[in-house]
Structures are given as C-alpha cells and as structure tokens.
Design a protein around this ligand. Sequence first.
Ligand SMILES: Nc1ncnc2c1ncn2[C@@H]1O[C@H](COP(=O)(O)OP(=O)(O)OP(=O)(O)O)[C@@H](O)[C@H]1O
Ligand SMILES: [Mg+2]
Length: 241
Amino acid sequence: MILRDVTERVAAEQALLRSKEELKVLASSAHQAREQEQHRIARELHDELGQALTALRMMVVWVRERIDDNDADLIGKLERMSELLRETIASMRRISSELRPLILDDLGLVPAIETLVERFSDRTGIACELMVNDTGQPLADAYKTAVFRIVQESLTNIAKHAQATQAEVIIAEVDGEIVITVSDNGVGFAVGDSRPQSSRGLLGMRERAYLLGGRLDILSELGKGTMLEIRLPLASEAVAS
Ligand SMILES: Nc1ncnc2c1ncn2[C@@H]1O[C@H](COP(=O)(O)OP(=O)(O)OP(=O)(O)O)[C@@H](O)[C@H]1O
Ligand SMILES: [Mg+2]
C-alpha cells in the first residue's frame, strides 16, 4: 500500500516536472516569435518609413532654396515642416531601436555593446569600463539579443537609480557559459524588498536568462553599490548556424 502511494507520488512529480518543462518550451517559443515579429517591424520602420521621411525632408530643403526670400509666410511654413520631419525621423528611430537594436545586426554584438557603453557614459557622465573576452564564436540571435538587452537595462538602471560615479561591464565566456557582470559603486538597494508592480526591468532580465536556461543573481547592499551577474549556458543551439 505504502509502496503504491510512493509510486503514485513519484509519477505525479514526474508529470509535474514534464509539464513545467513543456511550459518553459512554450514560453520560450512565444518569446522568440515576439522577438522575430519586433525585428521585422523595426526593420520595416527603419528601411521604409525612414527612407521616405528623409527623402521628404530633402525635398522641403530643395523647395526652400528655390522660393522667393521675401515670402516670409511660406518660408516659415517650410521651416516648420522641416523641423517636424526632423523630429518624426528621430522618434521613428527611437521606436525602431526600442523594438529591436538594429545596431546588433549592423555591427555585431561586441561593437554594439561598445556603442551602448560609450553613449551611457556620454549621457550620464558616469565612467564605465567594458571588458569583453570575445572567443569570436558567432552566437545565435536569441543570445545576442539577450546579452544586449541585459546590458542595456542594467546601464539604464544605473543611470536611473544608482547615483554612481563608476560602472563596469564584463562579458566573458567561462566553462561553456556566457557570464555578464554589471556593477556600480552607487547607493545600492535592498534586494528582497517588494518592488512596485510597474518595475519590469529586473523581472525582464530574469525572464530572458531563464528562457535560455540561465539565471540572474543580484548582489546589492545599501550604500555599497550593486552587482548583477547573469549566466547563460551555451547550449548547442547557442552557436549561430
Ligand atoms: N543599479 C542599481 N542601483 C540602485 N538601485 C537599483 C539598481 N538597479 C535596480 N535598482 C532598484 O531596483 C528597482 C527595480 O528595478 P527595475 O529595473 O526592475 O525597475 P525600474 O528601473 O524601477 O523600472 P523599469 O525598469 O520597469 O523602467 C528599482 O526601482 C531600483 O529601486
Ligand atoms: Mg529598470
């Protein structure tokens, strides 16, 4: 009798484990489909809309050069058109790069991260050191995007919350895992505290790591800065085909 109970429990546990695995695969493929769709929209926005808007702006400049300098009304209108077009192009770029960091496709992972870090330092005045041990192994898209987004969100958090003067990003491949470490010398925070529901950043990073079979660890202490460590195991599908 006891034996049967145990057998049943083991079977139930195995079934639970299996359905957990299935859920993970499902979540992962839904996530991947979303990334691909965002990628397509970002490209379309950038290539189609971007080109058209730039052409329009050039035409406005062309017209401006050919009209009578005395027609103040017309000149004013054209200048406003040109300004509006410039703003529209800028916001289109911003939307497109939020959907998908096109710089990843254009430059590759390491230069894209370098650009990210440079822009972060320029914008915030926080010195940021970047160290990458690049094995030169081409990574699959899902991994490149994950590494880029994780570094991006970590730096955004430092800019928003840390009040740091120094930050450091290390990306290394250690024992078949990509290890990303982002640290700062800022104010730190109490990791266990419940966060407002609106806080999506750390959750999103954890989700990205989890979907690739990895994990996120946070080490932070009030007044002593913060260190995030993300480990992504390089499964066979991690290498770009
Ligand atoms: N580097 C850091 N230094 C100090 N506090 C941090 C740091 N990173 C995160 N935090 C704290 O952890 C909280 C949760 O971060 P999280 O990225 O999840 O949310 P958020 O940045 O507030 O909002 P969102 O990322 O959704 O725009 C932050 O509100 C902040 O209090
Ligand atoms: Mg955040």
